[in-house]
Design a protein around this ligand. Structure first.
Ligand SMILES: [Fe+2]
Ligand SMILES: [Fe+2]
Length: 351
């Protein structure tokens, strides 16, 4: 282990035996870290940068586990340690939680890259929501059964019977950071969009309900392939090079291709829903050109933004603040106007 002399931190880290360190029932998780607390626990390194200050170089990092992420700094020996580390490493960290700019920050006293991590549960390191998968699939199937068109019912059957893909769907994140950026997030988000579309199909009976519901269930299927998530959530090669809109279109065409006589015009309408679900966003493959596509893009955006707003506001609430930090991605601060503590289970991170 590389020892880093502490600066202003008492040597009060309680020594924990290696085997205890790995017991997920005993170790410290990010969600529970509070200023003043000492820490000796394994984390995934989710961000790493060598920075300069008046006294030399320091390491700026983010450490993650299944409950969230925390900012961390290491002041001494940073330059020597930096080349041996990379994002995705599992590291043992000893240090203390302090407050920096009103937010918790872990000041690292010792940091060790763990080489043998086979005995660790990868699920302990990636932000994860505890979903009731069975209940979620049951609700999706219940809504799917309200579809009338026999070809579309067959198409939905293809998805629900595609067991390995369905497992990926239940495990995949819904995004990398902004919305549903945790394992299980894709399924949670998909159900959210489908629920929105059920309501909006009633509100606007002029649209084709069947097409809208199937489009909602299928809209983000490409995300099953878009991400990798062994110790941190990141884009896969195909995710970066092709992206989930096109990957989702391929999946849809693959299922439809296995159904004899699947109407081509119906397929075209559905493909358009998948390809245009990002609305007028610059990254949208197509912009909505049907009423169903318009509704889906709004239903998708609403569910994504509600999740992101809620997570930002809860972070501020935990820190005892009414206002969030400035959110670069949307160019504004958000305000905690009250409301329920949680909408389902919310995974907090500090990004
Ligand atoms: Fe999407
Ligand atoms: Fe989406």
């Amino acid at each position: 282990m590389l020892a880093i002399p502490g600066e202003g931190i008492e040597e009060s880290v309680v020594a924990i035996e290696q085997q205890d360190l790995f017991q997920s029932t005993q170790r410290a998780f990010v969600r529970d870290l509070r200023p003043g607390q000492t820490v000796d626990a394994p984390f995934a390194l989710t961000h790493l940068a060598l920075k300069t200050y008046a006294g030399g170089k320091f390491l700026q990092a983010k450490l993650g586990d299944r409950t969230g992420r925390i900012a961390a700094v290491l002041w001494n020996g940073a330059e020597a340690l930096y080349p041996s580390l990379q994002v995705g490493d599992i590291v043992r960290v000893q240090g203390a939680v302090e407050t920096y700019r009103e937010k918790p920050q872990l000041v690292i006293r010792r940091l060790e890259r763990l080489e043998n991590v086979e005995h660790l549960d990868p699920n302990d390191f990636v932000p994860t929501i505890n979903l009731n998968s069975e209940q979620l699939i049951d609700e999706l199937k219940t809504i799917a059964r309200t579809v009338q068109d026999p070809h579309l019912l067959e198409l939905l059957g293809m998805f629900f019977k595609d067991t390995p893909f369905l497992e990926g769907f239940l495990r995949a994140p819904g995004g990398k950071q902004w919305h549903h950026g945790y394992l299980g997030g894709l399924a949670e988000h998909t159900l959210g969009v489908v629920r929105n579309c059920v309501v909006l199909a009633d509100r606007y009976p002029v649209v084709k309900r069947d097409v809208l519901i199937v489009g909602a269930i299928f809209h983000d299927l490409g995300k099953v392939l878009e991400f990798v998530y062994s110790t941190v959530i990141d884009y896969s090669d195909v995710g970066r090079l092709v992206g989930h809109q096109i990957l989702g279109d391929h999946k849809l065409c693959e299922y439809a291709g296995r159904i004899d006589g699947f109407p081509q015009e119906l397929l075209l309408e559905l493909r358009h829903l998948v390809l245009s679900h990002h609305g007028e966003s610059p990254d949208a493959a197509r912009q909505p050109q049907t009423r169903e596509a318009l509704i889906l893009s709004r239903a998708d955006d609403l569910d994504a933004q509600m999740n992101a707003f809620t997570r930002e506001i809860l972070k501020a609430r935990i820190a005892g603040r009414k206002w969030t930090d400035y959110v670069n991605l949307i160019g504004r601060y958000l305000y905690d106007s009250g409301g329920a503590d949680e909408i389902g289970e919310v995974v907090i991170d500090d990004v």
